[in-house]
Design a protein around this ligand. Structure first.
Ligand code: FAD
Ligand code: DLZ
Ligand code: SF4
Length: 508
């Protein structure tokens, strides 16, 4: 019996489980560009273009490899508009009753596929190092699910940076070497750009017509859209940026969007690259004496540690994870996240870069846009939807735990042992944003004071019951308690005034 083999836009890997299970002679591959996936949240136009272009090229590669592929373009007259509807249409056309698919990376789509009248078999997505069962076993019975211990198991499992069963250079984690302030000059010109070819140009026209009103610029699209290009992008990063990746991993510069970051998450997350091959390439650079341990360990930890760990949490915690709101935050996401004017230079730059590139690096996401949302008490579900929409690498299994858990503490501390909050001092230490800001980072109160400075204390005081006994936060509360009472009252009053202005839609 003929079966349909569904391949989604983030499943563009030739060794995909559903392809391995399929019969080339008999089965039919279904791929579909659909409006519902592009609009259930209004994805950034560059992200939609990246996915559609990579999908078209992947389908062409499958056809060239003698697979039967039914590919629906968004503007096909028959396009039924959603993944389940396209499957039903293709099933009717072909007489197929069965579908095999690799398990999607989002509960919403898993539930939609399970809800079709077709017989759908979901295979485990094994493009990861840890299976769901392994993660569940690791998590079982633990009081706290800290990434560091999971990461060590992944090091042992993969043998990456291991020497005679011990971590290379005797240490698991070199993070303390990776917090250097922003350098004056960056010797790296950024990720390898790829000029759009004819297929990408067609897609860009389609996306401009269909989704031109979504937040984000389509101009200067230069992502890799095939595996061969993604491999070139990886090699470019390893050769030109990896040696300094560690040193400046947490730094931010107004005039440099990428610093020494890899910008490989889009390729990794849609399946053009695999996690192990990336880490092995980085490890080789260490073994060759080309890149130092702090850079290579830091890089590998992000991929076999954080990336695998957040995926484990997303599937462990279940479909309601994106609606968690442990801190009871209900403020609407302010217009500045959509590019409305703000006098806060760090936010203005991070949002503008996000609009232009569909990319911001980790510290911009965590300590600028994320930090501000958390301090201001923004509804975490709205924050989550924003991150899912605006970043080219955002798929719910990886975005939601980073946003809901790591950044907004909305899961009550499953991922983060304390909230990632800071005053302006941290941003000033790690960036040059403050030099060009309307506000003065050194001012603690008053009209010119950096808003992060007052919001920081306001947040801690609002949540004193929850956090004052946290051993990692006691110092902060002791500092507050040592402050003069009048000063403390002024701080809280300034924070209230700021939040009122924010709510009133003023340019803050
Ligand atoms: P690099 O800094 O060069 O790191 C190398 C690789 O490590 C990345 O490509 C990525 O695959 C992996 N990595 C690093 N940190 C993480 C992390 N915390 N979780 C998972 N993988 C990680 N990453 C996504 O891939 N998709 C998302 O939707 C996403 N949303 C985020 C939302 C918030 C609020 C925060 C704080 C972080 C988010 N991240 C997300 C993690 C991280 O910011 C990005 O992976 C990283 O910025 C991608 O850029 P890069 O390839 O240049 O990364
Ligand atoms: C993100 C995305 C977009 C914008 N469009 C499509 C699409 O048209 N067809 C498709 O198969 N996949 C698309 N995707 C990726 C899916 O949204 C993704 O597979 C799920 O969110 C699960 O990670
Ligand atoms: Fe951001 Fe405050 Fe620095 Fe301005 S002064 S850039 S608002 S941290």
């Amino acid at each position: 019996m003929v079966r349909l083999v569904l391949i989604l836009g983030d499943q563009l890997s030739l060794d995909l489980a559903s392809l391995r299970a399929a019969d080339k002679e008999l089965d039919i591959i279904v791929m579909a560009e659909v409006a519902s996936e592009a609009t259930y949240v209004r994805h950034h136009p560059k992200k939609i273009a990246f996915i559609f272009s990579a999908m078209r090229k992947f389908a062409a590669a499958l056809k060239a490899d003698s697979w039967k592929v039914l590919y629906s373009q968004l503007d096909d007259a028959q396009n039924a508009g959603s993944i389940p509807a396209e499957l039903l249409r293709r099933a009717q056309e072909s007489g197929a009753k069965e579908v095999i698919a690799t398990r999607p990376g989002e509960w919403r789509l898993i539930e939609a596929l399970e809800g079709t009248p077709l017989q759908v078999s979901l295979l485990e997505d094994d493009r990861f190092l840890a299976t769901h069962a392994e993660f569940e076993t690791w998590a079982e019975g633990r009081k706290a699910l800290r990434m560091e211990y999971f990461y060590r198991d992944m090091r042992r499992k993969t043998g990456l940076l291991m020497e005679d069963g011990k971590p290379a250079q005797g240490q698991w984690n070199f993070d303390h070497d990776n917090r250097k302030a922003a350098p004056k000059d960056v010797s790296y010109s950024g990720p390898l750009p790829f000029a759009p070819d004819a297929i990408t140009k067609d897609v860009l026209d389609l996306v401009a017509t269909s989704f031109g009103d979504h937040f984000g610029k389509l101009e200067n699209f230069n992502f890799a859209t095939t595996r061969a290009e993604a491999l070139q992008a990886l090699e470019h990063f390893i050769t030109h940026a990896l040696p300094r990746f560690g040193d400046f991993q947490d730094a931010m510069l107004s005039e440099n969007k990428f610093l020494y970051h890899a910008v490989i998450s889009p390729y990794l997350n849609v399946g053009l690259l695999g996690p192990l091959e990336i880490c092995q390439a980085a490890e080789q650079a260490y073994k060759d004496g080309y890149a130092p341990i702090n850079a290579v360990e830091g890089f590998i930890r992000q991929i076999i540690g954080w990336r695998e760990y957040v995926r484990g949490i997303y599937f462990l915690e279940g479909p309601d994870y994106t609606r968690r709101n442990a801190l009871g935050h209900h403020r609407d996401l302010p217009a500045l996240y959509w590019g409305a004017e703000t006098k806060m230079h760090c936010l203005s730059k991070s949002v503008a870069q996000t609009r232009d590139e569909a990319y911001a690096h980790h510290i911009q996401r965590l300590m600028v846009t994320g930090n501000f949302a958390l301090l201001s008490g923004i509804d975490p579900e709205q924050v989550h939807e924003w991150y899912l929409e605006v970043y080219v690498d955002a798929f719910e299994w990886v975005e939601a735990p980073n946003t809901i858990g790591m950044s907004q503490f909305a899961d009550g501390g499953i991922i983060a042992s304390k909230p990632y909050v800071s005053s302006g001092a941290y941003i000033n230490r790690m960036s040059n944003y403050c030099k060009s800001c309307h506000y003065a980072v050194k001012d603690k109160t008053g009209e010119t004071a950096c808003p992060f400075n007052v919001l920081y204390w306001d947040f801690l005081i609002r949540h004193e019951d929850r956090f004052s006994n946290n051993p990692r936060m006691g110092n902060m509360y002791r500092t507050w308690n040592r402050m003069d009472e009048t000063h403390r009252a002024t701080v809280l009053q300034d924070a209230a005034i700021f939040l009122e202005k924010l709510d009133a839609g003023e340019a803050v």
